[in-house]
Design a protein around this ligand. Structure first.
Ligand SMILES: [Zn+2]
Length: 236
């Protein structure tokens, strides 16, 4: 299996909220996209890990994914251990993505920044020839950090205006989380509320580049521009 883009996330339904529109857009362009969820949300108030995984597979179909996997690591207690890094490094060698999308390195939820740390270190390890004798070395060319859970200025924004509804359908596939159940209903937003919230966030980032809906990303390195006359986004 060779992917063009692999998004790694701590919990099923993270990708649907942070970079799902971009994955859909890349799939529509013809790229092979995949998602690796590190946990199955086993500490969640609602639903079971089996339910979350089944829902994530339905969501993956909405997002036109080529591949989706779940590492079944412990939810809410993700740890950056050698065995976790090695497991992810071998996954990266198998999937050979050119681009990896990780959560931004600062976050309120410890699983989110641990996922970032684990993914970043696994990308490095995956490129070491002698890491594992059963798989070929592969180091992703580009690492993008999804900036949606944080409040910092993105390096760039992807226009997801045409992908927004499909991304919403993907998120609403998690009926155990966003359905009208009783358990923890004070904690969990209903469909109307989640739709309004996601639209407002996507609208905010879209506005930064003069489109309806957008998803923000951060990169550590500078971006190259070869034609300054053709640069998009009107100056303010
Ligand atoms: Zn999460």
């Amino acid at each position: 299996m060779t992917l063009d883009v692999l998004a790694m996330a701590a919990h099923p339904d993270d990708v649907e909220q942070t970079c799902g529109g971009t994955l859909i857009r890349m799939a529509e362009t013809g790229y092979r996209c995949g998602v690796l969820d590190l946990t199955a949300g086993d500490m969640g108030t609602r639903g079971t890990p089996e339910q979350r995984i089944a829902e994530s597979e339905i969501a993956g179909k909405h997002m036109l994914l080529h591949w989706r996997g779940n590492q079944l690591m412990p939810d809410a207690r993700l740890e950056n251990t050698i065995s976790a890094r090695m497991t992810l490094a071998v996954r990266i060698r198998e999937l050979k993505p050119r681009v990896v999308i990780l959560p931004y390195w600062q976050a309120r939820h410890p699983d989110h920044y641990r996922c970032c740390e684990l993914g970043f270190e696994a990308c490095f390890l995956a490129g070491l020839k002698k890491l594992d004798e059963y798989s070929e070395p592969h180091r992703p060319f580009k690492i993008l950090y999804s900036g949606l859970y944080t409040n910092i200025k993105p390096s760039f924004v992807v226009d997801i205006s045409s992908q927004f509804e499909r991304r919403m359908s993907a998120l609403l596939s998690y009926t155990s989380q966003y359905g009208a159940g009783d358990e923890g209903s004070g904690l969990f937003p209903q469909e109307g509320e989640i739709r309004e919230r996601l639209a407002a966030i996507a609208r905010f980032y879209g506005n930064l580049i003069g489109v309806r809906y957008g998803e923000p990303f951060i990169v550590k390195e500078a971006m190259e521009i070869s034609d300054i006359v053709a640069m998009p986004v009107r100056s303010i």
